[in-house]
Design a protein around this ligand. Structure first.
Ligand code: NOJ
Length: 867
């Protein structure tokens, strides 16, 4: 019985959970015990060859060269949002780290792809892979080495979370599968994917101290996400395990504290979980300014500090010279530095970055062709060619259009309103969200506004549009090509005009198409009081008023919703004058063409909601913490694994549209469920531990070898690995020099590390991926046209504290009218297991497991008990 560890016998008087046991469980094990030393890479899995190549180089490196490889050069000192120092002697370039998960950020002639949440809505592994590949190719062709994405943290604990759209879905299984395929796609292009943000980065408020103080909040540390061990494994860590297994070469640790220990220096999360249990072989990279110390962070597993300075442009670094000093004075052992260097280089070789890469051809800080080489220092420290304006888009626009349409969810379709014929008497388009931003598609820096149509959200997860096809343009072109009548009103306050046009459309049996949205983004930008996170789940741009006016006059209103996640739609679902509703998410540059393809039936919608649309925000049972509850804000994840559909199911709340819901222009029938049990051996705990940490090459211990070279000009605020003095206590303003009392016990001991029972290979114990059951079901297209269906498999794990059901399989199928296609789902050992906090391993409990197959989380016509 594994329950006791999760449900200790303690009571909390302020129980708010519907199930007090869930509350009790999630209040336990919310801790990050010290775990040292930091596991060194061993070339596990398919990393052997890149590991060997890395060692061959690291062996030849001097101490300062190794340091240079692991330290950023400082904010805006080089061309990318982050760069490591170069090692010309060994042919190692300065590695370029650049956002984003959607586009190559801060440059031009790149594509803006549909965002993560749209990929999730496709439930399509191939599309996820292809988007990753094309995105990777664009990064590569601009000269980027490490692309900062994709995102599985935030997972989407609360629908208001500002950056949920950068990731995929609050369901860990769906996110895990698509995260892994995206990583594989990106890395196939020869760039490293930096999977982020590890971990518990579920809200924007209080993610950084200075940012929060600037907003007027009084905090002393970033907020702490307090997550128990079981919830961590079954929810937030789950997709990262998939990502590591898929070969993620880089992982970015996050700003927040995790169980009150900062994520980038949390030895439990980085040493024990990521490098220990998950056997991660690549490098851990800090989020920008998330490095909060040198030696402590390094001993706790951090490998690369970005952008390298303590905070932007201080000119000081916790790494750089401080790391050189730390190795010389013994507070960082050589084996640890060698491991940092090996991980950084091995991850580059792992994706063939050394051969695939092209020279960097853009600079993030200007669009001028010529400019300062070190933007922050100014032209006197070098001036030259900085932007070649290379167009890397090829024909990606076609794919983007297709993906935009494939990710559009048809939520409601009454009276066969859709698809439109194109020969409507009058097509009347409404809504600011249909039109242009008068300041241009890139009019607000970092997309920090919501003006005009919304095709990407704000923050570091976006890029500059090469063009933006608005819905208004695409629909007008469509109608005009049929010589039809078209009128658009994009001013939501034009009440009289909206009413009159709506009325006319009703009278002539035309159609009204209304575009609305809701936006959010990264916490450094505040749009209309939304500090990254949304303040509410209502529509923006005055859309509710516009819609009330329109639907009072037009009896055939098609509602198209752009946006970052769930919004309140119940009133439109209930309104008979709203004949159809589509969720189009954040579709990228081809937005208008994609929605036209769906509205006019060239694409039969096949997407499914990757989240629950609740009637009101309180239905979700989770929310962002908007005002600090302590000096170190505490985000208590008391709901455990009960987020999104799991909490709606548990509390028996009817949502407006459930997770997995999505209609088609045809209909499907489900039949013939079969379950075959597959022979696999027993599960065995991993017994492979670590033999002594190797060192590569020898280190010259004389500090004089690391003085700033006399023949070099020092660029102001640039971070170098070199020292100012041979007296180590004076070499770099080293306050507290010589104090090694903070070095945790065991942190310097490279003699061995015990095996983690759930470890053994990248992603965790390989036996977890044994297939134990193969499930098949027949899906028949019973309607008039060919279409796409996504049959979904849900599992009841059966325990008293388990969610009613959890997603454990899906397949996107194209089916012709009258045709029957078989869906196949492989259930792996991990899919059937719970995390057992006592044995620190996955375990299949004795509770009866029941599986369900159907078209959404609440339409599950087929079921079977697993035996
Ligand atoms: C901070 C963001 O959290 C991260 O996602 C991004 O990659 C870096 N800034 C670099 O821009």
């Amino acid at each position: 019985m594994y329950a006791p560890a999760r449900f200790p016998n303690i009571t909390y008087p302020d129980a708010v959970s519907p199930n007090p046991n869930v509350l009790l469980g999630t209040q336990s094990n919310q801790e990050s015990p010290l775990k040292y030393p930091s596991p060194w890479s061993t070339g596990q899995g398919d990393w052997a060859e890149s590991y060997k190549k890395a060692i061959a180089l690291v062996k030849q490196m001097t101490l300062d060269e190794k340091v240079n490889l692991t330290t950023g050069t400082g904010w805006r000192t080089e061309f990318c949002v982050g760069n490591t120092g170069e090692i010309p002697r060994l042919g190692i370039r300065s590695l370029c780290f650049q956002d984003s998960p959607t586009a190559v950020r801060y440059t031009d002639f790149v594509s803006v792809f549909p965002q993560g949440v749209n990929v999730a809505a496709t439930f399509d592994r191939k599309l996820a892979y292809m988007r990753g590949k094309l995105l990777g190719e664009e990064h590569r062709d601009k000269g980027v080495n490490v692309a900062l994405g994709p995102v599985a943290g935030p997972l989407g604990r609360s629908p208001e979370g500002g950056r949920n759209w950068e990731g995929f879905s609050p369901d860990p299984y769906l996110t895990g599968v698509l995260f892994a395929d995206t990583i594989k796609g990106m890395q196939s292009a020869g760039v490293l994917a930096s999977a982020k943000h590890f971990i518990g980065n579920e809200q924007e408020h209080f993610r950084q101290i200075v940012e929060s103080i600037d907003y007027g909040f009084n905090i002393s540390q970033p907020g702490s996400s307090n997550i128990d061990d079981q919830t961590l494994h079954e929810l937030y860590l789950w997709p990262f395990a998939d990502g590591v297994r898929a070969g993620a070469a880089s992982i970015m640790c996050s700003y927040n504290l995790l169980n009150n220990s900062q994520a980038c220096q949390n030895s439990y999360m980085q040493n024990y979980i990521l490098k220990g249990e998950l056997g991660f072989q690549g490098h851990i990279l800090s989020d920008w300014q998330a490095t909060a110390s040198g030696v402590s962070a390094i001993l706790a597993g951090l490998d690369v500090s970005m952008p390298g300075d303590t905070s932007f442009n201080t000119g000081y670094s916790y790494f750089g010279p401080n790391l050189t000093i730390a190795v010389l004075n013994g507070t960082v052992p050589q084996w640890r530095l060698d491991d940092m260097a090996v991980r950084t280089l091995a991850s580059w070789f792992y994706v063939d970055g050394d051969t695939a890469g092209v020279d960097l051809n853009f600079q993030s800080w200007t669009s001028d062709v010529y400019g300062p080489l070190h933007a922050y220092a100014g032209p006197e420290y070098g001036y030259g060619l900085v932007n070649q304006h290379v167009d890397v888009r090829e024909e990606h626009g076609e794919f983007i259009r297709r993906l935009g349409a494939a990710s559009t969810v048809l939520l409601k379709n009454e009276r066969n309103t859709l698809p439109l014929s194109g020969h409507e008497r009058l097509t009347a388009v409404f809504g600011e969200d249909a039109g242009d931003n008068p300041a241009g598609p890139n009019g607000c820096r970092n997309r920090g506004c919501d003006i005009g149509t919304l095709a990407e959200a704000w923050g570091s997860g976006q890029g500059e549009f090469p063009y933006l096809v608005t819905p208004r343009t695409a629909l007008q072109n469509e109608v005009v090509s049929h010589y039809g009548a078209f009128e658009a009103i994009t001013n939501n306050s034009a009440f009289a005009e909206i009413a009159a046009l709506g009325k006319l459309a009703t009278e002539v049996h035309g159609v009204c198409i209304a575009f609305v949205n809701a936006d959010s983004g990264e916490g450094f930008i505040n749009v209309d009081g939304n500090i990254g996170d949304r303040k509410n789940l209502t529509l923006w741009q005055g859309a509710p008023g516009m819609l009330a006016n329109l639907t009072a006059n037009c009896n055939n209103t098609v509602l198209v919703v752009h946006g970052v996640g769930p919004v309140e739609l119940e009133v439109y679902k209930q309104n008979p004058n709203v004949t159809a509703i589509l969720w189009a998410g954040l579709p990228g540059e081809q937005s208008g063409n994609s929605i036209a393809d769906v509205l006019y039936g060239r694409t039969n919608p096949g997407a499914k909601l990757p989240f629950t649309i609740g009637k009101e925000r309180s239905d979700y049972g989770t929310d962002v913490l908007y005002t600090p509850n302590q000096l170190i804000p505490q985000f208590n994840f008391r709901e455990g694994v009960f987020i999104d559909y799991r909490t709606f199911d548990y509390r028996n709340i009817t949502p407006t549209y459930e997770f997995g819901h999505g209609l088609s222009y045809t209909t499907f029938e489900y039949s013939n469920l079969e379950v075959q049990s597959i022979e696999a051996g027993d599960y065995a705990p991993n017994t492979k531990g670590w033999s002594p940490a190797p060192t590569f090459g020898s280190i010259n211990n004389s500090s004089s070898a690391y003085l700033f070279p006399s023949n070099m000009t020092r660029v102001p605020l640039y971070i170098y690995p070199w020292l100012n003095s041979t007296n180590l206590s004076r070499a770099y303003g080293a306050d507290g020099y010589g104090d090694s009392s903070f070095v945790p016990e065991g942190a310097l001991d490279g003699s061995s590390i015990e095996a983690h029972p759930a470890g053994g290979a990248p992603g965790g114990n390989p036996l977890l991926w044994d297939v134990l059951y193969r499930v098949t079901a027949d899906i028949t297209n019973s309607g008039p046209v060919g279409g796409i269906e996504v049959p979904q498999l849900y599992l009841s794990l059966g325990g008293p504290y388990d969610p009613k059901i959890v997603l454990r399989g899906f397949e996107r199928l194209s089916i012709q009218p009258g045709e029957t296609v078989q869906a196949t789902f492989d259930l792996k050992r991990r899919d059937l297991s719970n995390w057992d906090t006592v044995s620190q391993n996955w375990r299949i409990t004795d509770y009866t497991k029941t599986l369900y197959v159907g078209s959404s989380s609440r339409k599950l016509p087929l079921s079977a008990v697993l035996r």
